[in-house]
Design a protein around this ligand. Structure first.
Ligand code: HEC
Ligand code: HEC
Length: 226
């Protein structure tokens, strides 16, 4: 009985406080079916770098995957496979033998469905220290990035909003930027600027953005999850 009671209590804590996860409003098809067991097996591989809950790690060397859309992640894995987007750490996995189309379907739907909290639950009394430590490891809190937020917002609203959305949540194949590690986004933007990763051309091209512009956009993006 005691065990049961504890378990019940724990579930209430999980269910009661987790839906605030910052990615809940991502518009992807949450009813799509996928093989959860296969996805969990595959996730063992991915977790080594991207974390067990797809929360990413090493300050953004490994991007957060939880809550990105299946459409976007599938497209990225395909471009890793074709070497259009270079990703040395993922080279051993980015082929059809290691990750079949079915595997890609399963793992991307699995990761897309994970809602990560952006803050620790407030009512800490009911959670013991170890549980709290476990929870704190799956929280992604984006620290404020130094830069001119107003300038960044101005560029963002003019040149990025059409695809990544006003609040940075993205849609389908246009990735969510809000809640992603700043260092990771920074690397991607410089890759776009150098031309080592392709971004869609729009009125403002990455090549036209100065390092300062990029820092200001990052400053703006870093406060969206606050
Ligand atoms: C050895 C480390 C490692 C492993 C294991 C790994 N990844 Fe990655 N992954 C990376 C790195 C590093 C990047 C970012 C590359 C860059 O900076 O452009 C990345 C990027 C990605 C991206 C693109 C994210 C974005 O926002 O564009 C996806 C999707 C992804 N990984 C999926 C997976 C999946 C699924 C697995 C498991 C099958 C996996 N990765 C296993 C290191 C790893
Ligand atoms: C016309 C639509 C469009 C516009 C406008 C746009 N983007 Fe994107 N962006 C995309 C798409 C599509 C991708 C994914 C590219 C790919 O498939 O690799 C992307 C990818 C990115 C990524 C990589 C995210 C990741 O997880 O790896 C960043 C960062 C980014 N865009 C920033 C910006 C910024 C900053 C602006 C404004 C200066 C902007 N984008 C304007 C469509 C757009």
């Amino acid at each position: 009985m005691v065990m049961l009671h504890k378990f019940w209590h724990f579930s209430v804590v999980m269910l009661g406080l987790y839906p605030l996860g910052g990615y809940a409003d991502v518009p992807h098809d949450k009813t799509a079916t996928y093989d959860i067991e296969n996805a969990e097996d595959i996730n063992e591989l991915c977790a080594g770098c991207h974390g067990r809950k797809g929360q990413g790690g090493k300050g953004g060397i490994y991007p957060r995957l939880a809550g990105l859309t299946p459409e976007y992640m599938t497209r990225q894995i395909e471009s890793f496979k074709s070497r259009e987007r270079i990703n040395l750490p993922m080279l051993p996995y980015a082929n059809d033998r290691e990750l079949s189309q079915q595997d890609v379907h399963d793992i991307t739907h699995y990761l897309a469905a994970i809602d990560l909290p952006t803050q620790l639950p407030r009512s800490s009394e009911v959670i013991d220290g170890l549980e709290r430590l476990r929870q704190s490891k799956s929280i992604v809190q984006i620290g404020r990035y130094p830069g001119n937020i107003n300038q960044g917002e101005r560029i963002y609203m003019e040149a990025c909003r059409a695809c990544h959305q006003r609040d940075g949540v993205g849609r389908t194949d246009k990735p969510r930027l809000r809640g992603q590690y700043t260092q990771y986004l920074k690397k991607q933007m410089h890759d776009f600027k150098k031309g080592t990763r392709q971004h869609v051309d729009w009125e403002v091209k990455f090549a036209d953005l100065s390092d300062n512009d990029i820092n200001n956009i990052l400053a703006f993006l870093s406060i969206l999850d606050d």
